[in-house]
Design a protein around this ligand. Structure first.
Ligand code: HEM
Length: 186
């Protein structure tokens, strides 16, 4: 008989997780795509979309963090070795840090480059810095490095979730993806 419980993430936490996952993966891919395009009006439009998605990710991450403080994540399975639990918890903390660092470094870069962000073309977001080309050049590299680190961690996080489902056969993925069945008992 299985001793697993399926519950525990709230439907809102599950919904926000997948909306954020799609936006983050999409914005990583879109950022990589747009950056090498030749300068045209379309490229400028893409930059705006990228920034709007980034601001949305920032807001969603704030909502998720607040939700998480009120509803802690369900415990990891007892069957997981201590080092894996430590690695999982540490990587989740770094992920949250990067969910904020990616948009904030983009915002700083954009400010220093002299391009204010106007959310959905309606809400002006205040620039955090004066226009400064040298600083903008550094911040471009910082934004790139932070987003590459985020991409690396997203890949590791997804690989670990798939391993839980296919190799460990526990309920770690299925409790975040409710239509999936927990892996069967071995
Ligand atoms: C989670 C949110 C974000 C992700 C995952 C992300 C990801 C990326 C990536 C992968 C690139 C290409 C980096 C390269 O290869 O050079 C990029 C570029 C860029 N991002 Fe973001 N970004 C995010 C948020 C933002 C925000 C909020 C802003 C501004 C308000 C922003 C502004 C920019 C700009 C202006 C570039 C172009 C840099 C250049 O021209 O070299 N990003 N971003």
């Amino acid at each position: 008989m299985s001793t697993r419980t399926r519950a525990d993430y709230t439907p809102i936490a599950i919904g926000l997780h997948w909306v954020a996952a799609i936006l983050i993966a999409g914005n990583l891919a879109f950022g990589l795509y747009m950056v090498d395009l030749v300068l045209t009006p379309a490229k400028l439009q893409y930059y705006s979309w990228h920034k709007w998605a980034g601001v949305t990710i920032f807001l969603l991450s704030g909502a998720r963090l607040l939700g998480r403080l009120g509803h802690p994540a369900p415990a990891l399975p007892d069957t997981m070795p201590a080092w894996q639990r430590l690695a999982a918890n540490a990587s989740h903390q770094v992920l949250y840090l990067l969910f904020f660092a990616a948009p904030v470094t983009g915002w700083l870069f954009s400010s220093a480059a002299g391009f204010q962000t106007v959310y959905f073309g309606v809400v002006p977001i205040p620039d955090l810095l004066e226009k400064n080309k040298e600083l903008a050049d550094v911040l471009r590299i910082v934004h790139r490095s932070v987003t590459y680190a985020l991409a690396t961690l997203v890949v590791l996080h997804s690989a670990a979730a798939i391993k839980h489902q296919l190799v460990d056969r526990d309920d770690v993925l299925s409790r975040m993806l409710p239509f999936l069945k927990p892996g069967p008992d071995r």
